[in-house]
Ligand binder design. Structure first.
Ligand SMILES: Cc1cc2nc3c(=O)[nH]c(=O)nc-3n(C[C@H](O)[C@H](O)[C@H](O)COP(=O)(O)O)c2cc1C
Length: 178
């Protein structure tokens, strides 16, 4: 396979390549709910299981501003990782472009056509349409230049009994809004 090598400063050097995305749901101290599309996430510890999500927490340039979802997690220490199926791509685009930081009164569930469902261990809602929901409490939060690497420990998981629905192709970072 022929490849070109790009170094910092070269045109086109932007190591942000396709990967899976999730929808993070969270709630602030006053009960206001938010949803955020997140591409920078991963399973980061084996035992206990821990998940990391990189949530923008500081302003930089045009793209980076503090997500309201970051504020919610700061206030309550909880969030839910909702793993979408490929049919939810349009909803992921909405949740990845509408921000409560900029439009505090937006109802992202309504705009994205998603349904909130009660979680069992955290105050943040689950997204009913997502085949997997992982409720997390966030014990630590290393700070990076623009993002907080929020590490959460699962306290409850909900998995669609139809496994093919749960594991079918997941939307990737290649959204229309790249
Ligand atoms: C495909 C895609 C992936 C994204 N990944 C992240 C991410 O990993 N971390 C982040 O802070 N924002 C990410 N964003 C941006 C937020 O989803 C977006 O700014 C959102 O509107 C924030 O909403 P909020 O301010 O209501 O939380 C992504 C957006 C898209 C479209």
């Amino acid at each position: 396979m022929k490849k070109k090598t790009l170094l910092p400063g070269d045109a086109g050097f932007d190591p942000f390549y396709p990967g899976s995305i999730v929808l993070v749901s969270a709630v602030d101290a006053d009960g206001k709910v938010d949803l955020c599309t997140v591409g920078a996430w991963a399973l980061v510890n084996g035992d206990p299981r821990m998940y990391g999500i990189a949530m923008c927490a500081r302003a930089a340039g045009k793209t980076f501003f503090k997500r309201y979802t970051t504020t919610c997690i700061e206030q309550t220490g909880e969030f839910v990782i909702n793993i979408p199926h490929a049919g939810l791509k349009a909803a992921c685009d909405v949740c990845g472009t509408v921000s409560l930081t900029k439009e505090p009164d937006a109802d992202k569930f309504a705009l994205a056509g998603l349904t909130a469902a009660a979680a069992t261990k955290v105050a943040a809602p689950l997204i009913a349409e997502c085949p997997i929901n992982i409720e997390c409490r966030a014990p630590s939060k290393p700070e990076l230049p623009t993002h907080d690497w929020i590490v959460g420990e699962p306290v409850a998981c909900h998995v669609a009994e139809d496994a093919s629905l749960a594991w079918d192709s997941i939307p990737t970072l290649k959204s229309d809004h790249e």
